[in-house]
Design a protein around this ligand. Structure first.
Ligand code: UTP
Length: 299
């Protein structure tokens, strides 16, 4: 795999049960951090990494995702007439003009592996990226996917983003065992979905960025439902290990698990504190809120 990735898959057909009742009508990927939905952060990261074809795997309830990336003629005209050019740029730039969006339907939520398989006809026979938008990764320098795309191009291996997690949390992640790391990369020797801490092969957890060889599709087609009755991407990757080098990649950046309540709150606070216009006000109101609640442990 020495080819640079051009295509990125966004599996957004999950049910988002952890954010009910909001996700009855608002897809989880459309929940905002400040003023951008989670999906936009992931799209920006993929475009920055060089992707020009974005494949959204959706379901019939997720019109909001397709609508968001569609052209909003009336809104654009109104903003233009009102001279609101800054906002007009924001609306126009959700997708740069050289990037195309393709929507594929996953008729039933049969698992992440199945969702990725739905993108097979569009990907064809080239390496591609998978981004899970609820893992939001913030970095001052190049984004996580861009770092991984460079590594994939240089090493020719598939790349899976990983981060160290406390051992008691292994049951919430795919966990990898690796050979010794060389810089940020280590060849994966085993991968297990959500192992209990006492049987986990390490505390290196998979987070939602992958660069995969197209061989994964044949393997996913042969994968039977695993944990939770779903076709797991982890099981497909476990089969890929036998044929192909797959590297764990320790990215530079901070990851927020926006698939959980506390992760979404943490991301909102961190982005607000880093925001050009909101930072001072956000700091002040956080201090006030803590004072009101009688929290006195702040230095
Ligand atoms: P999650 O495990 O976070 O599931 O899926 P979920 O349904 O989105 O959320 P909860 O757990 O019910 O709150 C991981 C990613 O895989 C996608 C999801 O959209 C999410 O981006 N996915 C999952 C699919 O696209 N299809 C599926 O069948 C399952």
């Amino acid at each position: 795999m020495t080819q640079r990735i051009r295509k990125a898959v966004f599996p957004v057909a999950g049910l988002g049960t952890r954010f009910l009742p909001a996700t009855k009508t608002v897809p989880k990927e459309m929940l905002p951090i400040i003023d951008k939905p989670l999906i936009q952060y992931a799209v920006d990261e993929a475009v920055e990494a060089g992707c020009d074809t974005l494949i959204f795997v959706t379901n019939r309830y997720k019109h909001a995702v397709a609508d968001y990336f569609d052209k909003a003629y009336e809104l654009e005209q109104k903003l233009e007439r009102a001279g609101k050019l800054e906002q007009l740029e924001l609306v126009r730039n959700v997708l740069p003009s050289h990037v195309r969006a393709v929507f594929v339907t996953q008729a039933e939520a049969l698992g992440l592996g199945h969702a990725v398989l739905c993108a097979k006809p569009i990907i064809g026979n080239e390496p591609f990226a998978v981004l899970l938008p609820d893992d939001l990764i913030w970095n001052r320098g190049p984004g996580a996917l861009s770092q991984m795309a460079d590594a994939a191009e240089a090493s020719g291996a598939s790349q899976i983003a990983v981060q160290d997690v406390p051992r008691e949390q292994t049951g919430s992640y795919g966990i990898v065992a690796t050979e010794a790391f060389n810089g940020r990369e280590g060849r994966i020797s085993a991968i297990v979905e959500k192992p209990e801490p006492d049987v986990a092969p390490s505390n290196l957890a998979v987070v939602g960025r992958y660069i995969l060889s197209p061989r994964i599709f044949d393997l996913l087609e042969r994968t039977t439902p695993g944990a939770g009755g779903e076709i797991q991407l982890t099981d497909g990757i476990a089969s890929l290990l036998a044929d192909d080098p797959v590297h764990a990649y320790r990215f530079r950046g901070t990851r927020f698990d926006c698939g959980t309540h506390i992760g979404l709150i943490e991301a909102t606070i961190r982005y607000a504190l880093d925001h050009e216009k909101l930072s001072d006000a956000a700091q002040q109101l956080m201090q006030n809120a803590l004072k009101e609640l009688g929290v006195t442990e702040l230095e």
